[in-house]
Design a protein around this ligand. Structure first.
Ligand code: KIV
Length: 263
């Protein structure tokens, strides 16, 4: 059995081994991730969309993140578990951002937190956390908590000035002590440039092959929602078909009396 992976080991993987990361929100899928050798599990606020069926991640609360993070952290002993700091918990004040991050670690049992963006406000909060021993993962590019400001789920960093701002934000995050940065939905060339410009690992989602690692939402990778097929997702299974076929068969057999069989 693999030994427990630590955050310093994730940092040391840059340039030597690609980092595998997947989201998980419950006990069963966290165990699948661990048994498959995944390095890092992200309890993403994407659960607002794939678990709760909402259109954005904006309504996810700290209590919900703590609940899911605790379930995932209790299910595994090997991968690093990082929990997302949701929208409502990171926008009111720095004190509130810090306090909610600490709750994800203590009550949610996460090993670190992921925080979107690199505004002065966010950087101050991150500085406070990292200088007091809390591992923080940054998140740049398409930051879903800025859904309304960005005008939807749109690819970012498409012109040279936006790309330059993102590169500088990545360097500021590095300075503030984050241990890695998620790069979401940006051109491959920018993903590679940022990866080569910082000493910490980058984890890409729709950011090309030049990143130090990759993350996907588990429901997308397993093909659980037939309505959702963005270009950057590779569906490694078609669970939508497998599950609906099994449930339809069960439904028919209950209706026609084939299940349960008489002993
Ligand atoms: O919430 C999430 O799952 C994420 C990943 C898509 C990176 O932020």
């Amino acid at each position: 059995m693999r030994k427990k992976i630590t955050i310093p080991e994730i940092i040391a993987m840059k340039g030597t081994e690609r980092i595998s990361c997947i989201t998980a929100y419950d006990h069963a899928f966290a165990r699948f991730a661990q048994q498959s050798g995944i390095d890092l599990i992200l309890v993403g606020d994407s659960l607002g969309m794939v678990f709760q069926g909402k259109e954005t991640t904006l309504e996810v609360t700290c209590e919900q993140m703590i609940y899911h993070s605790r379930i995932v952290a209790n299910a595994v002993s090997i991968p690093v578990v990082i929990a997302d700091l949701p929208f409502l918990s990171s926008r009111i004040s720095i004190e509130n951002l810090v306090e909610n991050s600490l709750r994800l670690i203590t009550e949610g049992r996460a090993h670190g937190v992921k925080i979107e963006g690199a505004s002065d406000f966010i950087l101050k909060g991150i500085n406070h956390l990292t200088s007091s021993g809390v591992p923080v993962m940054g998140h740049l590019g398409l930051t879903p908590q800025s859904y309304h400001q960005l005008g939807g789920f749109k690819k970012q960093g498409l012109n040279s000035s936006d790309a330059e701002v993102m590169l500088n934000n990545a360097k500021s995050l590095e300075k503030s002590g984050v241990f890695s940065i998620v790069l979401e939905s940006i051109p491959e060339s920018l993903g590679e440039l940022i990866t080569n410009s910082v000493s910490i690992p980058t984890i890409g989602i729709g950011a090309g092959a030049g990143c130090d690692g990759q993350v996907l939402v588990i429901n997308d990778l397993l093909g659980m929602d037939e309505r959702f097929s963005p270009s950057f997702v590779k569906k490694y299974a078609n669970l939508h078909e497998i599950i609906t076929t099994a449930l339809s068969k069960y439904n028919s057999e209950v209706k026609n009396g084939a299940f349960p069989t008489k002993k």
